[in-house]
Design a protein around this ligand. Structure first.
Ligand code: PRX
Length: 694
């Protein structure tokens, strides 16, 4: 399945320099290792697991599974019988066995240039142990779920690893989500405690996180699920303030012995709501906690974390990952895909609230003892050169971002890039959506100075780590292709009848067998897991993405083929946005489709049918946008809303989204519409397009 030969012309190669030291230095080497990974997985992964500390070793096969619903329950077990603790591997093992205590784990770079903090592995270990003791003192035990709703600060990593240390299961909710979304996730995973911060700045916009947290907890209470503990980190507020500072020591966020500069400390942020019956101050609690904490040894298949991702029914799915397989996979993909070397300064611009941040800011880099930049800010604040200023400042060697960010920065030309030195860069990466060849070329030429290979990594919240990806010194790159499978991953392309297609072809992207990092279940709903991923084509994991394989065997992701949209690299379900719209009293029905967007990839185009007697106007449009923002979060804000007195439906009442997508793009070639119940609505919708301010 991996071609014997790959083209040498019209492709891009990693530099000779890179090949000299790379872990996988040629395509032949990749092929050899790939074959080993699928033919002798035990042997292949055994070599990798040697890098970790195991309290007890595994007994059975490396992977034990059923991937076929017709043969019974779907299950995936990795390294049964082994026990370990990921936090111990990421921190204690690096500090004590690998002697990396004084190595920088994170350069934290705040929203404001000049806000910075350096944290070494030893300091991180101390902070995590202290906070693990705090969690224990609040009654959190192994297996309990803890919600984390925080900005991109070091304490977010501390909170997640403290959970891991005591065997609690973290559920991080991206700090851009609304109170309603947070409430839904807290209730679904039945969290007993919430960890949050007072607030943060995104560019010059203040996000009052505590207010949103309070709202979410009130909603939980109203729905009969009281969460009585909320630990708040004072990120913006001054430590000697009264509320809530009266119960806490001065909040100077320092690491002993390190120079700390945090301008945000000087901004006043006094109006933090505080309920002494529920709220607890991070600093007060940590002040009294010991920095020694024995790790809880966990079984391989114990739950590690839950992370919610959009589901096509509109209800988010709690993707559950487990201990050993996820750890090994996140670590191995990080090491090989970014060709990690000990002197690297690595920077992934994602937010830890998404899977990219979980696997490639926290788990993968720390498992390898890497030094990373942890960035709180925005690519455009205070100006559009910020990314490159940070690359220059820390001499970043490996840089990982999203195509949407590249497209946005491309608009401002090369000048803001050229202002800064990028000679430290060795490897560039992208994730989250297909990268268009034009953006790829700009990234390669302007940012990487034609020196740095680009790893276009295809994966999902569900896959835990990269599944299709180039290896930087081994795989000749084609702009826009995620190229070939990572080790242990066996892709196939199926047609609508579920037949495997050979050679150049296009169809459903599926995987034929598990790899260590694949999700294990949808939290609290195993049947949903089986239905979504395994029912359509028994024997395969269905990604929900379309894919083309070209004549050279390269894989090209063509985009989602379910009711999911990818807006700026974030998956959104059309059903979720539709249900937020119809909750408005003036909306009787809604249908949401994607419309290609030059920066975001896709934008949300919403058709709304109003209730009788309501007229469409700009004020209503603004209200509807606000409604979606409040129900889901700013990432789901509709770009266009169009009044749709009627929607194109089949005689059985099914909305023909295919037709709506054409209308959204003003494309009049509609194909076969003979199944429409009333074709006159189509003409009316084309005429109404101007109301959507396109
Ligand atoms: O459609 C694919 C797209 O993002 C989806 C997964 O989204 P999520 O679970 O939010 O995780 C995003 C970060 C891993 C996929 O089903 N996607 C992700 N990476 C790529 C991609 N599409 C094309 N090329 C990629 N490199």
């Amino acid at each position: 399945m991996i071609p014997d030969k790959v083209p040498q012309e019209d492709v891009f190669h990693g530099s000779e320099d890179l090949k000299k030291t790379a872990h996988v230095c040629s395509f032949d080497k990749y092929k050899e290792l790939y074959l080993k990974s699928v033919e002798s997985p035990d042997e292949f992964w055994e070599d990798i697991t040697k890098d970790f500390y195991w309290k007890t070793k595994h007994t059975g096969p490396f992977l034990d599974y059923n991937f076929d619903v017709t043969k019974g329950k779907i299950y995936i077990k990795c390294m049964e019988g082994a026990s370990t603790n990921i936090c111990y591997n990421l921190l204690d093992h690096n500090v004590h066995e690998k002697k990396l205590g004084e190595k920088v784990a994170f350069y934290w770079e705040g929203n404001e240039p000049g806000d910075e903090l350096i944290v070494t592995y030893r300091e991180l270990l101390q902070k995590v142990c202290q906070f693990a003791n705090v969690l224990k003192s609040q009654g959190v035990k192994k297996g309990d779920r803890v919600s984390i709703y925080m900005p991109m600060v070091v304490e977010l990593v501390v909170a997640m690893l403290a959970c891991v240390r005591i065997g609690a299961v973290h559920s991080i909710v991206f700090a851009g989500f609304s109170a309603e979304s947070l409430c839904e996730r807290i209730m679904d995973s039945q969290c007993s405690l919430l960890i949050t911060a007072d607030g943060f700045y995104r560019g010059d916009k203040l996000i009052n996180l505590k207010l949103l947290s309070d709202e979410a907890l009130q909603k939980c209470r109203d729905k009969g699920f009281p969460v009585n503990k909320c630990i708040m980190l004072k990120h913006l507020s001054k430590g000697d303030d009264t509320s809530p500072g009266s119960q806490s020591p001065p909040a100077k966020r320092t690491c002993p012995g390190l120079q700390v500069n945090n301008k945000q400390q000087h901004q006043r942020f006094d109006d933090v709501p505080w309920n002494p019956e529920v709220d607890l101050c991070w600093l007060t609690l940590v002040g009294g906690a010991s920095d020694k904490c024995e790790p809880e040894w966990c079984q391989s298949e114990d739950p590690l974390f839950i992370l919610y991702t959009s589901g096509s029914t509109g209800k988010p799915k709690g993707v559950l990952h487990t201990v050993s397989g996820y750890m090994v996979y996140a670590a191995a993909t990080f090491k090989l895909v970014f060709d990690y070397q000990p002197d690297d300064v690595y920077w992934c611009t994602a937010d830890i609230g998404w899977i990219t941040g979980h696997s490639y800011i926290t788990y993968g880099p720390l498992a390898n003892g890497a030094t990373s930049v942890l960035f709180e800010g925005l690519p455009t604040y205070p100006d559009v050169g910020r990314m490159w200023a940070v690359v220059d400042k820390y001499r970043v060697t490996k840089f990982y971002t999203a195509p949407t960010a590249i497209r946005m920065l491309m608009k401002y030309g090369s000048e803001p890039v050229y202002k800064y030195k990028r000679d430290s860069l060795k490897i560039l990466g992208t994730v989250g959506e297909p990268i268009n060849p034009e953006a790829w070329q700009w990234y390669y030429t302007v940012v990487g100075e034609r020196r740095c290979p680009i790893v276009d990594t295809f994966w999902q919240t569900e896959t835990g780590g990269h599944v299709l990806t180039p290896l930087p010194a081994a795989t000749p790159m084609k702009p826009g292709s995620a190229t070939f499978p990572f080790f242990g991953v066996v892709p196939a392309i199926l047609n609508e009848s579920g037949e495997e297609l050979e050679g150049p072809s296009e169809g459903y992207l599926v995987f034929k067998q598990p790899w260590p990092g694949v999700m294990r279940t949808v939290y609290g709903n195993h049947q949903r897991f089986e239905t979504i991923y395994f029912q359509k084509f028994p024997g395969y994991y269905v990604t929900g993405d379309g894919c083309r394989r070209d004549e050279d065997g390269y894989y090209w992701i063509t985009g989602r083929i379910d009711d999911m949209l990818n807006v700026s690299g974030h998956l959104l379900s059309t059903a979720e946005v539709e249900s937020a719209l119809v909750e408005h009293v003036s909306v009787a029905e809604a249908a949401v489709v994607g419309r290609p967007h030059p920066v975001k990839g896709e934008s949300l185009y919403c058709f709304v049918t109003l209730t009788d007697g309501v007229t469409y106007n700009r004020a209503l449009e603004a209200e509807l946008k606000k409604q979606v923002r409040e129900k889901i979060g700013a990432i789901a804000t509709p770009d266009f809303i169009q009044n749709a007195p009627g929607l194109p439906k089949t005689r059985s009442g099914k909305i023909m989204r295919r037709v709506l997508r054409k209308i959204a793009c003003d494309e009049h070639e509609l194909g076969d519409i003979s199944t429409l119940a009333d074709s006159s609505v189509v003409e009316q919708l084309f005429q109404n397009r101007h109301c959507a301010a396109v």
